[in-house]
Structures are given as C-alpha cells and as structure tokens.
Design a protein around this ligand. Structure first.
Ligand SMILES: Nc1nc2c(c(=O)[nH]1)N[C@H]1C(S)=C(S)[C@@H](COP(=O)(O)O)O[C@H]1N2
Ligand SMILES: [Mo]
Length: 447
C-alpha cells in the first residue's frame, strides 16, 4: 500500500494526465468527464492523507493542491524547493534561478499588510552593480525628445522635487507562469513574484515636466547600471519603456526608499523606477537614464514574445506569429490566500476556518473576492478591505464552514472592477507565459 501511494505521487509529479486517467473512472462515468470512483476516491484519499468530503465535485484533471506547488509540505517525496540564503532576506523565499538571482515569496509569507523588504521577491536579469559609496551622488540623465535634457543627482531629486510615499504592488510580468500547460518558457513563478511595499520618491511626471517632453515624445526607454550576464559591456540586460500617458500617472515614481529605509542594492538602490500595475520589468532598477522616444521602444524585453501576449488566442504549445502579439500593459486580477499556508493540518472536529489574503488587479481595482471549500460548487464572499491608495493591494478576510473531517481544498478567486474573474486554469496560453492568474488553491487537512 505504501509503495502504491508513493508511485501515485510520482505519477502525479511526472505525468499528471496519466495519474488522472488512472484515478478517475472514465469508463463507467459519462464520457463527458470522469469522476472519482470507489478505488479512485480511496487512492486519492490515501495520497492526500484523509477522506475527501467533496470528492464528487473534484474536477477531472486536477492535480490536488497538496501536490501542485513546490512549497507543499504534504509532498515529502517531491524534490523540495531550494530556499534562499541572502543577507537580510527571509529564509523562506524560494530560489527560482541563481544566475541571475531570482527568488519568489511563497503566498503564506505575503501575509503582512505591507510586505517587509526581507520577504520581497527578487528578479535580476544581469549582474548587479556595486553599491555606490555616496548614494546621493548617483546620476540620472533625462534625454531624447525633451526641450531641456537634465542631469540630476539623487541629492538633487531629494532637494528639488516634492517627495511622496505610496504603498503599491510590484509584480513580475511572468507571475503565475508555472500554471501553464504545456509549460511556458521562463522563470517558473507560482504566485510569489509580487509584493506590496511602501515606496518613497518623487513623481516621474514632475521630472519629465521639468525636462519638457516634446509633442514628438510618445514613449520612455529605461537604462540601468547592471551588466549583461555574458560580461559583454555593449549588451544590455533589459531596457523597457512605457507610453508617455502611463509614465505621467502620479503614482509612477523615481524611488530611493522602500519601507522607510534607503532602497537596498538588491532592489535597485540607490535609485529605481516604480511603474505600478504594469509588468515589474518596467520598474527599472539601478536607474541611470531615461530617454524619451518618438516611437515605441525596442530595447531587450520589448520585442518578439517577451512581455508580449497574443492578440488572438493561440493553440497551446504552438509557435508564435510575431504579428499576433501586443505589449503586455496592465497586469491581470489575482488573489492569494496568505493564511493559513498550503498543507495546513487542523485538529479533528474543526468546523470553521478563518482565512486571510490579498488581491490586486494591475491598473484596475478588485471588486470582489470569493472562496470555495467544495471544488467550486459554492462560493462565499470575503470581506474586502479598501486600498490605501491606487495600486495598493486589497487585503481580505473570510470564514468558511467545513462539514466534516477530511481533506479540503480552499480556492480563492477575485473579480476586477470591470468584472473579469480569475479563471480555473491559466488562460490564453502564450509561449512566454504571461497572464497566468488561475484561482489560488491551498490544501487543508482536518483530523
Ligand atoms: N536594471 C534592471 N532593472 C530591473 C530588472 C533587471 O534585471 N535590471 N528586473 C526587472 C524585473 S523583470 C522585475 S520583476 C523587477 C523586480 O524588482 P525586485 O527585484 O526589486 O523585486 O525589477 C525590474 N527591473
Ligand atoms: Mo519581472
């Protein structure tokens, strides 16, 4: 029996489709979908560690939440996640890549109203520059389609412009990529390529107005001090930009402090951009220059399929036609359950569970968050807290009733202010996997 459990787990890890076909009774059920037959229920129950009260609602094809995520403690056989070791960083962050360094924040570590810097995700594309001895002497140039090119030091920015502090989500464009099937290429983020910090700096718009953007200036392009992984000084790691209308939003900022402390080197200190609501790659770190352009920017990260999504849906796994792609701008709606964590075990007899989480929706706001404990048959509304300011996330709380002991999955889904709801699976497959915002699921075992 023990052996069988282990092989099923392996099967789920290696070939979820076959595992599904074995577990679900497709022959005796309708042909439309399988259901968990007697043997399937027992096998699945053994695997997840308890009976499954709502097994009859369990969608065929689902990989149980207890096995679906790298951080799931209920999967001891699974090759465990590699945890980050970095000065000042929480040891619970999960390394997605080490050269360049990329690390995500498991959902349960995003339980603070404001994400502490120690828990904030890291996404580097190249080699970080050295920390300058005199941060205030850091230079920023504004040039291109402007009447008066500027060269400012960080000291000038602090002295001559009005500072502001806003709490805002920064989210990697590829957040949720790991939910695509077939796998999309790139860093395999779950939901943890996001965080919500207090950013202090000045409005990008104020500086651009001082430089005087010409009529012809329609797009920004961003440059920083990190170097290309190849070591070739002529190659850029990343250079993205945004439409001028976005750059002029009052929440787009040149930032020198994060959570009340000077911006750390790993997060782009001493000076970075924060372009909230759009892919994190627009929020350039170690910022040295913004060139205003008279056309869409074409630097690394602007062309092909990078930070671009398909206009018309494409067949998953097929080759991209570049003409069918457009720049990814606002990030999609997402909700996460931040407490309890995936794989939580509760005492036998527990009949109620308190949940906490966060939700955000790129340029939009979140209208509603809903939770289900029965594989999506019924949903209840969460209490949604308002944002502090635009682009802040919206924290939520909820209480769900659980009828018996056993294995549950709690699902969360949010709707944005235009009524778009997180889907059951990652939608609109695209080769680089942008827009993966399926329900967040956690496994909870009672008894
Ligand atoms: N100069 C520079 N800026 C950059 C990057 C980079 O590699 N180099 N990575 C971008 C990406 S893809 C993201 S998601 C965010 C991540 O910011 P963080 O590391 O502070 O979380 O920074 C962006 N800014
Ligand atoms: Mo990113």
């Amino acid at each position: 029996m023990k052996k069988r459990e282990r092989s099923l787990e392996e099967l789920y890890r290696d070939d979820p489709e076959r595992a599904d076909a074995l577990l679900y009774n497709r022959k005796t059920g309708t042909t439309r979908r399988g259901f968990l037959g007697g043997a399937g229920v027992a096998a699945m129950g053994a695997m997840v560690g308890g009976s499954i009260p709502f097994s009859q609602n369990m969608p065929a094809g689902i990989v149980p939440a207890a096995f679906a995520q790298a951080t799931a403690p209920a999967a001891p056989e699974k090759k465990g996640p590699q945890f980050l070791e970095y000065p000042g960083k929480d040891k619970g962050l999960v390394v997605i890549g080490d050269r360049p360094l990329v690390a995500e924040t498991p959902e349960h570590l995003l339980d603070d109203d404001t994400t502490p810097t120690a828990k904030f995700f890291i996404r580097n594309n190249g080699n970080m520059p050295e920390e300058p001895k005199q941060p205030d002497a850091w230079k920023l140039a504004i040039d291109g389609e402007v009447n008066k090119p500027l060269e400012l030091s960080l000291g000038d920015l602090k002295k001559n412009y009005k500072p502001q502090t806003l709490r805002m989500v920064l989210e990697c464009g590829g957040n949720g990529r790991s939910f695509y099937s077939p796998p999309a290429s790139g860093n395999q983020w779950t939901n943890g390529g996001a965080g919500c910090a207090e950013w202090t700096g000045v409005r990008l718009a104020d500086v651009l107005k001082a430089a005087g953007v010409k009529q012809s200036g329609i797009y920004t392009s961003h440059y920083g001090a990190d170097t290309h992984l190849s070591g070739d000084p002529k190659r850029l790691t990343l250079s993205r930009g945004v439409r001028i209308a976005k750059a002029m939003e009052p929440e787009c900022m040149l930032v020198w402090a994060m959570n009340g402390k000077p911006l750390e080197n790993i997060h782009g200190g001493p000076l970075r951009l924060v372009i909230p609501g759009w892919p994190g790659s627009a929020s350039h770190k170690w910022l040295t220059k913004i060139t205003i352009r008279d056309k869409e920017h074409d630097g690394p990260g602007m062309t092909g399929t990078s930070y671009r999504v398909s206009i018309n849906p494409m067949i998953p796994g097929t080759k991209a036609d570049p003409k069918n792609f457009k720049i990814l701008e606002s990030m999609p709606v997402r909700s996460i359950i931040t407490s309890p964590s995936n794989g939580t075990k509760l005492a036998a007899g527990t009949r109620e569970i308190k949940l906490r989480g966060a939700s955000w929706a790129g340029d939009l706001t979140v209208k509603e968050v809903e939770l289900s404990a029965d594989f999506g048959q019924t949903w209840s509304k969460a209490q949604l807290r308002p944002a502090k300011n635009r682009f802040d996330w919206q924290r939520w709380t909820a209480t769900l009733k659980l009828p018996t002991d056993g294995y549950y999955e709690i699902w969360s889904r949010a709707a944005d202010s235009k009524g778009k709801v997180q889907p059951h699976t990652a939608p609109f497959w695209n080769p680089s996997g942008y827009g993966g915002n399926p329900y967040h699921r956690i496994a909870v075992l009672i008894g």
